[in-house]
Ligand binder design. Structure first.
Ligand code: ATP
Length: 293
């Protein structure tokens, strides 16, 4: 399947793509269509990942809807992190395929996948801990995307190229303000609290102008105030058409925030549905064996 062919089948009904549009609008419509990704940006098909004799992921298949906040849950060892690592190119899949916006990204390098707009948050590495929060943000696009292909982070200009440091700096400040951590701009990252680090990790991911963000336990160790702020920002970004896939052990967070939940168990997808459906699914209850679902 060609990655360059936009899938317009999921265009909302109120878009101005119509047969009777005047010809003068055609190029504008084409441009708009190019910016509209598939309704299902992420599709995982029969994913298998083995480490020696250990099968961590065993044929998992699922889809994530564009603009959704989808939860990926499962008991310890279910294969969630390994799935994340395969999707983002950190691990090479043993078998199966991963499609992002209808393009087969299986086997691509993490930076190539990031270039396509699919990123995951990473813990702030030790070497970045000694740098300021602002420097951490300014380095993020270069680290994850590669200097030659830094995409504009200005809404509506996705796909453009920015090279000037001033623009990256401006975007970094906007991102700091969005997370209300501009007062920490000059602070060394290693001095941040656990919760502030989580905000910085998320902010770094956003600096790469992603369309989809994979969040692996973004709220672990975060106090309730910062947790509320982080969730609020995720919802605001989602309204802005970002897509999120969230691994989180706190079931209340999943149930209260995710409109769709995928449950993994023993490397495969056990069940999918709304939080309510999942909560009442006997197979899920059994898989967790007494954990509070
Ligand atoms: N690098 C590795 N080498 C060998 N086995 C691994 C490796 N990574 C994961 N595994 C194994 O694969 C299985 C799935 O692990 P994974 O970390 O993906 O599960 P998880 O659902 O994220 O678990 P948790 O919720 O506890 O973080 C586990 O049995 C784990 O021990």
């Amino acid at each position: 399947m060609s990655s360059d062919t936009p899938d317009t089948s999921d265009l909302p009904e109120d878009t101005d793509v119509a047969d009777d549009e005047p010809e003068a609008n055609d190029s504008a419509v084409e441009e708009a269509a190019k910016r509209v990704p598939s309704g299902v940006p992420l599709r995982v098909e029969g994913l298998v990942k083995q480490f020696g004799g250990v099968t961590a992921v065993d044929g998992a298949s699922f889809e994530v809807e564009r603009g959704s906040l989808t939860g990926l849950i499962g008991p310890n060892g279910a294969g969630k992190s390994t799935t994340f690592n395969c999707i983002t190119g950190v691990h090479e899949a043993t078998a199966g395929n991963i499609y992002f916006k209808n393009e087969d990204i299986t086997g691509m390098e993490p930076y190539q996948i990031a270039q396509k707009g699919l990123v995951r948050t990473f813990q702030i590495a030790r070497e970045l801990g000694g740098m300021s929060v602002l420097e951490n943000l300014m380095l993020a696009p270069k680290n994850q995307i590669g200097e030659s292909a830094i995409r504009s982070v200005t809404p509506g200009l996705r796909g453009g190229v920015i090279e000037e440091e001033a623009e990256i700096r401006e975007r970094a400040w906007e991102t700091l303000e969005f997370f209300e951590i501009e007062h920490l701009a000059t602070e060394n990252a290693e001095n941040l609290s656990g919760g502030q680090r989580k905000l910085l990790e998320m902010a770094r991911a956003l600096m790469t102008d992603p369309e989809m963000v994979l969040l692996d336990e973004p709220l672990a160790g975060v106090n309730p105030t910062l947790e509320e702020k982080l969730l609020d920002r995720i919802h605001r970004l989602r309204e802005d058409d970002y897509t999120f896939l969230l691994v989180e052990h706190d079931m209340n967070v999943i149930m209260n925030n995710c409109e769709h939940v995928i449950v993994m168990h023993q490397g495969n997808v056990l069940a999918e549905g709304t939080g309510e459906e999942i909560r009442n699914d006997e197979r899920v209850i059994e898989a967790y064996l007494g954990e509070d679902v």
